[in-house]
Structure formats: structure tokens, C-alpha cells
Design a protein around this ligand. Structure first.
Ligand SMILES: C[S@@+](CC[C@H](N)C(=O)[O-])C[C@H]1O[C@@H](n2cnc3c(N)ncnc32)[C@H](O)[C@@H]1O
Length: 300
């Protein structure tokens, strides 16, 4: 069974999900987290342990290896791009998405191309945000995805791309010489084992580098696994830890929503997260009881 899960996890392709509501929530918060940490001049390590392929062509998102799938981006970035009067943090994120799109669509997009065709994954968002003093470390275990990541980002100073297990990378790369880091852990959660792996990796990260900002994305669907995840995290020597959750479709059989756990958020981040989440409920909600919440798992 373990081998099967390993296989499934390595076969996950983010392409089908790129730009969906979960990406929007995760990436909008990620942008504000990096901005918050960048209020200090000192250089940052931006470590993405499960980087994916870097960026995505949304026109290909509905085409699987063998299956045609329903694209998810219209109910995610599609809704955001069409929403009037975005508040500043969401306009900031959408501005980066558009900057990526302008870089990648070339000068003459085909006439039938969707208005927003190219979507940046976390590596490109981090790359667009990085200042000259910051450093990017991107890890991706799947060989094809990692190759696509290398092609997409190309060579750049202060950037490394490695085809390795992102959890092991934490042990190899922490503590960073900069003494400041944001670590994004965004695994596929295709295996139930993933929840415990994340807790173990964060524990190891904290042991090596307790002052780092750790950002963990998780799905909201199976309650049992999520409760055990929080219990596992609560057993760690947690620094101030904020949990942000967005439920777009309560009661749905599949993915109902998602959350982001943030260890050592930057100063006053709770208010900034609120300013991201509240409008997202209205924009991305698919049910009258769609909702978002913030709570401290370990106090500030
Ligand atoms: C949810 S996607 C990442 C999306 C990306 N962080 C973003 O926001 O654009 C998860 C990725 O992790 C990769 N992966 C799975 N297990 C891994 C591991 N142990 N170490 C590194 N990457 C892994 C998968 O191939 C997949 O590309």
C-alpha cells in the first residue's frame, strides 16, 4: 500500500487544478506573507518544498493524460479576474498573475485564447516578488514536473531548482545563512500519510530553525485527518501559529475548501489575512454558507 501511495503522490499533476479556488487562496496569502516579511531589508530564503512546474497554461488544464476534465480555474482565478473593485491585497496578487501572463503569452495571443490563459504557480510568484537580496530554493520530486520547472524559470542568480524530496530539503537547507526564511509546504495530499509527513517535516524545520515562517496548505474535506493534523501540530513547540480557512462549498463530497497554517506570521498579518479572506468568500463561494475563518493554533 505504501508503494501505491508513493506512486499516486508522484503522479499528481497540479496542471488540472491550476488557478482553482485553492490556488487563489493560497497564492493571495503567500503574496501578502512575502510582502510582510520584506518590510525588513534583510535578505530572505524563499523555500518552496513542493514547487510544481512553475507556471501553467490554463488552456491545457482540461486535458489530462487520457481523460478530459472539467477545468477548475473558471471558479477560481476566472472569478477573481472578473470581480469589480478588488481590495488592495487581491489587486496586488492579480497584478502579479497578469505580470506573469504578459511575460508568457507572447505578443500575439490567438484570437480564441481565454482572457487569462497563463497562470503562475508559487515558484513564479516567489520569483516575481524576490528582491535582489532574496534567494529562491525550489524542490520538485516528479522528474517531468521538475524539468518543466527548470525550463520555465531558466537560470537566474540566487535561484536553485532541485529534483528532490521537499521534506528532506528542509533538513538540508535550514537554517539558512540569511537567518530569515519563508518555507512553503504545499504537498499534493493524495496519500493519507502526507498529513503526518508534513507534521514531521515542520517539527524538523522548527528544531533546526525555530524563527522561520512556515506556510502549510491543506485541503478541507476529510475531518478526521484534519483534526489529527492539528493535534500533531499542537504537540510541536509551536511559535505563534495562525490558521486561515476558506470553505467555498460546505457539505460537498469532494474538496469543500482549504486552509493555510502559518507559523511565525509577520507582524500584524492577522488583519491582512482577514482583508484577503473576507472578499474571497463573496467571490469564490459556491454555497450560501460559504465562509472563512482565522484562529490562533498557538497564541501570538
Ligand atoms: C500542489 S502541487 C504544488 C503546487 C505549487 N506549490 C504551486 O502553488 O504552484 C504539489 C507538487 O508536489 C510534487 N511532489 C509530490 N511529492 C513531493 C515530494 N516529496 N517532494 C517534492 N515534491 C513533491 C508533485 O509532483 C506536485 O508537483
Amino acid at each position: 500500500l505504501a508503494v501505491l501511495w508513493q506512486h499516486l503522490s508522484v503522479n499528481y499533476r497540479h496542471h488540472f487544478h491550476a488557478g482553482n479556488f485553492a490556488d487563489v487562496m493560497k497564492h493571495a496569502l503567500l503574496v501578502q506573507l512575502v510582502r510582510g516579511l520584506q518590510r525588513k531589508e534583510g535578505g530572505l530564503l524563499l523555500l518552496d518544498s513542493h514547487a510544481g512546474r512553475g507556471g501553467y497554461d490554463l488552456a491545457a488544464a482540461a486535458t489530462g493524460d487520457t481523460l478530459a476534465r472539467q477545468p477548475e480555474h473558471p471558479d477560481g482565478i476566472g472569478r477573481l479576474a472578473a470581480a469589480p473593485d478588488l481590495p488592495p491585497p487581491l489587486a496586488d496578487y492579480l497584478g502579479l498573475v497578469r505580470a506573469y501572463q504578459d511575460r508568457h503569452r507572447g505578443t500575439r495571443p490567438p484570437a480564441d485564447a481565454p482572457a487569462l490563459r497563463f497562470y503562475p504557480g508559487s515558484p513564479w510568484l516567489l520569483r516575481l516578488l524576490a528582491r535582489p537580496q532574496d534567494r529562491l530554493a525550489l524542490c520538485e520530486l516528479h522528474p517531468e514536473e521538475c524539468e518543466a520547472l527548470r525550463v520555465s524559470l531558466g537560470k537566474a542568480p540566487r535561484q536553485s531548482i532541485q529534483e528532490i524530496d521537499g521534506y528532506r530539503a528542509l533538513a538540508a537547507l535550514l537554517p539558512p545563512p540569511e537567518r530569515r526564511a519563508l518555507v512553503l509546504l504545499d504537498p499534493p495530499f493524495e496519500s493519507p500519510r502526507e498529513w503526518a509527513d508534513v507534521v514531521a517535516a515542520v517539527g524538523e524545520g522548527l528544531r533546526r530553525f525555530p524563527s522561520g515562517t512556515y506556510v502549510i496548505w491543506y485541503p478541507v474535506s476529510a475531518r478526521v485527518l484534519r483534526d489529527a493534523f492539528f493535534e500533531g501540530l499542537a504537540k510541536l513547540p509551536l511559535p505563534p501559529t495562525l490558521v486561515a480557512e476558506l470553505v467555498v462549498n460546505p457539505g460537498a463530497i469532494g474538496l469543500q475548501g482549504c486552509g493555510v497554517v502559518i507559523l511565525n506570521p509577520p507582524f500584524q498579518f492577522e488583519g491582512e489575512a482577514e482583508a484577503v479572506l473576507r472578499p474571497l468568500v463573496a467571490i469564490l463561494g459556491r454555497h450560501p454558507e460559504a465562509d472563512a475563518g482565522l484562529r490562533w493554533l498557538a497564541p501570538e
